[in-house]
Write a new protein. Sequence first.
Length: 512
Amino acid sequence: MLRADKARAIQELIADVGWATPLDGGYHIDQITIDVDTVTYGLRRIADGDDGPVLGTLVLNPADDGGGDSASFSLAVTVAADDPIVAAHLAAARASVIARDEGDLYTYASTDNAASTGSGEAGAAIATTLGGDLRDVNTKREQLRFPLAILVVLGVLVGVRRRRGAFTFGRRFKQTHLLPVAIQISIYTYWGLYWEGVRGHLPDLLLQLAFGFSFDMLWSLWRRGRWEASFAPLPVVLSANLFVWFDGADQWLGYLVVAMALASKSLRRADGTHIFNPSAAGLFVGGALCLTLPQWFGYQDIAPALAVPPNMIEVIVLAVLIAQVRVPIALVTVGAALMLNTMESVTGQVLLSPYYPPVLIIITALATDPATIPKTGAGRLLYGLVLGVAIHLAGIWFTWWVGMDFWAKVMPIPLVNAAVPWFDRVGRRAPEVAERWLSPPKNALHIAAWALVVAWGLWVIEVKWGVFDPQTHAELGTRHLVVDDGEVSREANPLFTEPFSVRREWEAWRGE
């Protein structure tokens, strides 16, 4: 029978393909069933959710005495879907097992246990340890061990510090923390209307929030001996989860991102301001692990799903407008958007359009944190321009390196955060006329410039036509999607391709 201590090793046999990792065509392998001595991996469509049909399996049986396909197993692939991509993914999983199986996965059972074939107590124990969906075993049990371990360690450190003096407590509830939260919740709410994955992710989000507040308290008590209750962890956790999710055996990485984000707030400049945007700093750590060690760390690419709602571009623009009116941050967004468009012409590489909703959130909300951007108007514009160049070049580099530009949207942000003093020094040396037009009192003009950039994209370039991905919509079964003769086309879906199609959207909802 399979050894009870090899559950993780069995999951990692398919690491070259990835456990619960999005694959081409909208599939993922997210089921592992173990029946005493046999392993079955199941492949399903991501859009079908946890109850979707299994469209193909890879079965690992004990190798015959004469030898098997790998050190431990004889392998069999079954395809139940008329899609060559399914067969290709299962073939890749088979190759991964052959390459990674080093043996030592089986143990001999006693006569009584062997006779039970899993129906007796010993067999039931093995089925409990190894069987079923490993997402339930690893994620719900093992994955929560990581955040709990962090809190326990911090708790011990806090106890040690307590011996040196009493702690102090206070409150620091700022409206500035609630504004990004309101923006984020509005985006989550609208997103959830069109993709059920948002609702399914809510329990994980709540657990991360609970961890975030606990970590913030313990970290502050350990570092400073004082904790001020605040809303600060809320925008950090919510913004990180608008960018990436971690599923299956990699779910613990979500807690690592939150921990690194909140810990980065301790890094301050001489004037007391934060060096890094907390969410971006945490995401940088998660991205570095996933990019450098993809065989160990995986993630869920939620970018296509974020672009599914028909007016997501408009919702993001209007939601962030509230912040742009209150705080002069629009110059950063204008600079980044202009440079992203310009770099496509310079390099000939069409990557990471500023109008693509996942990128739009980055340049309007995440990278514009007033605490981590330059203070001078010219410095903020230069900051945005450099950020646009960095995102585009990172997209080219990551595409060459790992085959996708997913992490390029966020990885450059901590780097430009670190260069903020330099941007301000350059900004102070800008001509007086430039600083006059770029200063905060001219914020209304900066917002008007951003409105022109948005209008250019929506009505002149018609970016929503390109944002609409028929394959993604077909796989996710998007609400209010028009399907003609089994085909999803842009022409048949003006609700998703026309700018500000609010009236069409209202009528679609009323017609349900």
